[in-house]
Ligand binder design. Structure first.
Ligand code: DAH
Length: 355
């Protein structure tokens, strides 16, 4: 057994000299020192030896093992050193060289507009919220004074959510993609934190796709509810927004309109930037507005039925609401005439980098 051990040691010591890389060295380690390796094979004889002989052979085997391990460690270290040397040649770095500037991006222009809208209303104490995009019929329509099967709903070109082939229906009615941010009104009232000054900015979805409609777009919805809120507050708030967003010289007007969820309801117009509200002169009408006014969007005093749906007493509370398209409002400000509004969402960097 002593002979075998000596032979094993010499074999290893010569083999380790020929090893060229870390993988080869590892193979060698397993072959000799592994659990089923050559050394372990010889050691199996130990128990069958006479006791004093067993002692001697045991300690000799340990010497052999230590010699092999030392040789292994040396080989391992020198391979590592070689590796480092060669890497040093390839991977050197000139730290005095000027760096490469990382490409800087910027926010999408719709995101920029959302931030700006939010900042203006924040100064009036309106709190930014976001209510669900996948919504119950209850919040998207019914609680907004639009009973089931009411024809007014048709205007919203709604997407319905199906489970397989079947329309998804739950305790609050059908499941839809919210077609407007007005769904946040009753949801906000249900929180029960009075008074309310919310600005709900979110994605909306409608089954429309043409040069002036994208099936996904954004709206911002303002809602203020408190005791004794009147049209004066509505007008003041929107005037504040118009002057801060569009410019100090812009005027607004309220034009009577009809929505189911407000009473009275208005369309808000703003003076045209091109003709400064004149509508043109004797020689020509304004090319943009024709009559001095541009339409911003809808607004009104919250309908008593909507307050009731939000568990509020219409004799105690009143409020106003407005809901406008972010994309449209933004384009009006910049005087942007984007030939196809859907370009905003095609992720073409050549287009987006311009803004
Ligand atoms: N939700 C309406 C729409 O999408 C817009 C609107 C009109 C919102 C009047 C309001 C409002 O809050 O008072 O067409």
């Amino acid at each position: 057994m002593k002979k075998e051990l000596e032979q094993l040691r010499d074999e290893f010591l010569s083999a380790v000299k020929d090893v060229a890389d870390a993988a080869g060295l590892e193979d060698l380690r397993v072959e000799y020192l592994g659990r089923k390796g050559k050394l372990a094979g010889i050691m199996k004889q130990l128990p069958s030896l006479a006791e004093d002989l067993r002692k001697d052979m045991g300690s000799f085997a340990n010497e052999v093992k230590a010699a092999i391990e030392t040789a292994f460690t040396e080989a391992h270290d020198s391979l590592h050193e070689i590796d480092r040397e060669s890497r040093r040649e390839v991977e050197w770095l000139d730290i005095t060289m000027p760096g490469t500037q990382p490409k800087t991006g910027h926010l999408h222009l719709v995101t920029q507009a959302i931030e700006e809208v939010n900042n203006i209303f924040a100064r009036l104490g309106f709190v930014l919220v976001r209510h669900p995009e996948v919504e119950w019929d209850l919040y998207a329509f019914e609680s907004l004074n639009m009973p089931k099967d009411h024809p007014a709903r048709d205007e919203w070109e709604t997407f319905f959510i199906a489970d397989g082939e079947k329309q998804m229906v739950g305790e609050n009615g059908k499941v839809v993609l919210t077609p407007h941010t007005s769904n946040g009104q009753v949801r906000e009232m249900e929180k029960g934190n009075m008074p309310i000054r919310m600005i709900n900015i979110n994605k909306c979805y409608r089954r429309q796709s043409d040069v002036s409609h994208a099936p996904m777009f954004h709206q911002f919805e303002g809602l203020m509810i408190d005791k004794n809120v009147t049209i004066a507050e509505l007008k003041g708030t929107i005037d504040f927004f118009a002057k801060n967003f569009f410019g100090a010289d812009r005027e607004i007007r309220l034009r009577p309109f009809h929505f189911r969820f407000t009473e009275p309801s208005f369309e808000i117009d703003i003076t045209c930037d091109v003709c400064k509200g004149t509508g043109g002169d004797e020689s020509a009408v304004c090319r943009l507005c024709k009559d001095g006014w541009l339409e911003l969007g809808g607004a009104g005093m919250v309908h008593p039925n909507v307050l009731k749906a939000g568990n509020l007493d219409p004799d105690e509370y009143t409020g106003f609401a407005f809901g406008w398209g972010v994309e449209r409002t933004m384009m009006m400000k910049a005087g942007l005439n984007i030939a196809d509004i859907r370009t905003l969402y095609r992720n073409d960097l050549r287009f987006l980098r311009q803004f």
